[in-house]
Design a protein around this ligand. Structure first.
Ligand SMILES: NC(=O)c1ccc[n+]([C@@H]2O[C@H](COP(=O)([O-])OP(=O)(O)OC[C@H]3O[C@@H](n4cnc5c(N)ncnc54)[C@H](O)[C@@H]3O)[C@@H](O)[C@H]2O)c1
Length: 254
């Protein structure tokens, strides 16, 4: 059987580490040329180098996804390098802990922090989608996966701005899926608790409580999230669009 993403060109944001890095590596192993983007230039370059070290093809791009011109330049650079864009994984994101709001209930969140989380996670994803959709429409279609969260489909105490942004990602993804069907498939993934830097703040404060509530009694390896994204970007998911897929060790089944 051929590799899942053979011959495809794919852009991954938030690819300096965590889920994005593992996804970029898997996509390359599955045959894609990968544009690795992040605001963290060193981390993005390392991911691209890791891909090359396993015989894959990659470029690294630096972009702050809250800046319209940087998003445009990022998508244009990916298209220029690989002549087309078949898939995009819009994965970059921050949590409350990044803006000093870890552990705070809704009425205790600061306004600037709320704005920042929503701007990175929601507006940043929309800016990316806007550019990607235009390229995909010109080149026969494609598949886009946006990273939401369990906090994009349910409430989680202390995640106010984060939950708002991730619910927004799910709504925006479903809307675009209806608008661009069948040419472009758009889906969201909703990871459970994943072993990355983003989760460190929450694990430090209440790691035992978190683990106790996960049926698998462990965090996800970022590779386990990447597998679902790889399938959604591939032609094997040809009838899957407009959905928010949970990958959560059973968390939402309870
Ligand atoms: N770790 C979890 O438990 C978990 C659970 C559900 C959803 N998620 C989501 O998964 C995605 C990836 O997170 P992760 O867990 O791999 O964490 P991570 O911190 O390792 O990765 C996030 C990446 O996004 C990048 N980034 C942040 N702001 C950016 C900006 N303005 N422009 C460009 N890049 C930016 C960071 O530099 C970083 O490399 C995020 O959207 C996060 O909300 C994570």
């Amino acid at each position: 059987m051929s590799r899942m993403l053979e011959g495809k060109s794919v852009l991954v944001t938030g690819a300096a580490g965590g889920i994005g890095r593992q996804a970029a590596l898997l996509f390359a192993q599955e045959g894609a040329r990968v544009a690795v983007a992040d605001v963290n230039d060193k981390g993005a370059a390392e991911t691209a180098e890791l891909i090359r070290s396993i015989g894959g093809e990659a470029i690294s791009l630096v972009a702050d996804l809250t800046k319209t011109e940087e998003v445009k330049a990022m998508v244009n650079s990916a298209v220029r390098a690989f002549h087309r864009l078949d898939g995009a994984f819009n994965n970059a994101g921050i949590a409350g802990g990044h803006v000093g709001q870890g552990g705070r209930f809704s009425a205790d969140w600061e306004e600037d922090a709320f704005d920042r989380v929503v701007t990175v996670n929601l507006k940043g994803t929309w800016l990316c989608m806007r550019e990607q959709i235009q390229h995909m429409l010109e080149h026969g279609g494609g598949s886009i996966v946006n990273t939401a969260s369990l906090a994009g489909i349910a409430g989680f105490p202390t995640t106010s701005g984060y939950a708002a942004s991730k619910h927004g990602v799910v709504g925006m993804t479903k809307t675009a899926a209806l608008e661009y069907a069948p040419k472009i498939r758009l889906n969201a993934i909703c990871p459970g608790y994943v072993d990355t830097d983003l989760l460190k703040d929450a694990m430090t404060r209440r790691g035992d409580q978190i683990l106790a509530r996960i049926p698998f009694k462990r965090l996800a390896d970022p590779k386990e999230i990447a597998e679902m994204v790889c399938w959604l970007l591939s032609d094997r998911a040809s009838y899957a669009t407009g959905q928010a897929f949970t990958v959560d060790g059973g968390y939402m089944a309870g």
